[in-house]
Design a protein around this ligand. Structure first.
Ligand SMILES: [Zn+2]
Length: 456
């Protein structure tokens, strides 16, 4: 039996949710599985009163048979200001062609930037997302506040990272522009501001150092793309390849850069010594990780507050495993590193998922990709896009778990595709959702429901 569609709004009050399973990223204990949740919905959030096999008291009941409830999701790495571009096939020139495409198609006028971010926020909500680590892209190569201001107004939780490039002769100009933007950037109670030096092939070591100092002085998080593509490996290690050619074309290359590129370092090695003790660092991608890099990452994890955002569908879109082998996210998790999930930009997502009426930008689709591709643990995947993602963005991870007393920003209702299976419960239901596909609805703080109709 399918559940009824959810109402479009839950009025403030206490509700009893009854579902096939109530799961967060924590391991399941030995007791009977949780199937009922008592929650008080208000403008401040969804306060968890009780969770268990059955809850006490008489309250309005919301019956969701065959569905799983999870905390609202965290997308730890996205580019919502590129939403207007939509999905694209991979360029014949691979990663370099992609970078050119983004440069050519990125909006530069404020109303268009705002509209793109708002469209991305809407698709994210349709994907059950309540918190994002969003890259607020550099405009004409320089740090810019427009995407951040749209994001800060959206009501999303998380961090908007101001992106910048700084290389060769442009470095001082770029850092001047960064400092001006940074001085004017203030978050609000829900959205914080962070910094994103773009990548080790587009920001020189001086640029990383300045960003680390600026972020550190405010206790802000520093994110960066790193170890993403063969072109990056070649440029950092050998000062050659398409990135060198691009810098020459842009007039940004000078031979002084041979003092820091072409020293046979790996991309991670290029930047790992530039962070300060205790700094909050979010490294994105890490497709290109040698055994030595894995040890380097473990050492870095002891020195800074480190998280890693893995974007599986983006990595596979660029076919990075063909160059670097399978991604090492499970080894990183095993080594005690906080690994979370991101979708990266809409450009690398499948058209069927992000377009049309049921379109969504949803990290659970990345989790599903890992469940199918690698047989990854369903609960571990849930942790990666709830509590681990929250930790990476400086949010309270216990507010992405169904703990009595916690106030959540949202609750997802997930219905697996396919006919209902009698007595299927809890983690089995969740595993089927990942393997077979799913619909997802979101009840957010304030009781607004996104996509309630898709459950029926
Ligand atoms: Zn990215």
């Amino acid at each position: 039996m399918n559940p009824k569609p959810l109402p479009t709004l839950f009025f403030p009050g206490t509700y009893r949710f009854v579902a096939g399973g109530i799961l967060d990223g924590r391991p399941i204990g030995g007791g009977p599985p949780a199937r009922e949740l008592l929650a008080r919905i208000s403008g401040n959030g969804i306060e968890i009163l009780e969770v268990g096999p059955a809850v006490a008291g008489v309250y309005p009941s919301v019956e969701l048979p065959g569905c799983v409830l999870t905390p609202g999701l965290v997308n730890a790495h996205c580019h919502l200001d590129l939403t207007h571009i939509g999905p694209l096939p991979l360029s014949e020139r691979g990663f370099s062609g992609f970078v050119d495409e983004v440069r050519a198609r990125r909006h530069t006028d404020p109303p268009a930037i705002h509209a793109s971010v708002e469209a991305g926020v809407s698709l994210s909500r349709s994907g059950g997302v309540v918190a994002v680590g969003d890259i607020c892209g550099a405009v004409r190569g320089g740090a810019d506040l427009e995407a951040f201001s749209a994001l800060a107004r959206s009501g999303m939780l998380g961090v908007g990272f101001l992106e910048f490039f700084a290389m060769g002769d442009s470095t001082d100009r770029a850092l001047g522009r960064l400092e001006a933007a940074w001085a004017g950037a203030t978050g609000n109670g829900r959205m914080s501001v962070g910094l994103q030096p773009h990548a080790p092939y587009s920001v020189c070591r001086k640029g990383y150092r300045r960003a680390a100092a600026l972020a550190g002085a405010r206790g802000a998080i520093l994110a960066t793309h790193v170890a993403e593509s063969p072109a990056e490996h070649e440029f950092v290690g050998s000062a050659a390849g398409p990135q060198r050619a691009l810098l020459e074309t842009l007039g940004l290359w000078n031979d002084g850069l041979l003092g820091e590129f072409g020293l046979h370092k790996t991309p991670l090695e290029q930047i790992a010594d530039l962070f300060d003790e205790g700094q909050k660092v979010l490294l994105v991608h890490l497709n290109d990780i040698s055994d030595e890099d894995l040890k380097r990452l473990e050492r870095l994890n002891e020195r800074v507050e480190l998280s890693v955002a893995y974007c599986p569908r983006a990595s596979d879109y660029f076919r990075t495993a063909e160059s670097f082998g399978p991604h090492r996210y499970r080894e990183m998790t095993k080594a005690g590193i906080n690994v979370c999930l991101g979708t990266d930009s809409i450009i690398n997502l499948p058209e069927a998922e992000v377009c049309g009426e049921a379109g969504r930008i949803c990290p659970a689709d990345d989790a599903a990709h890992l469940a199918r591709r690698d047989g990854a643990d369903p609960l571990g995947l849930l942790a990666m896009m709830t509590s681990c993602g929250a930790r990476a963005l400086g949010l309270r991870s216990d507010e992405f778990e169904f703990r009595p007393g916690a106030t959540l920003a949202g609750i997802c209702v997930v219905r697996p595709h396919g006919p209902a299976i009698a007595d299927e419960r809890g983690v089995d239901l969740w595993a089927r959702a990942l393997l077979k596909g799913f619909e997802i609805a979101l009840v957010d703080r304030g009781g607004r429901v996104r996509n309630g109709a898709v459950l029926a």
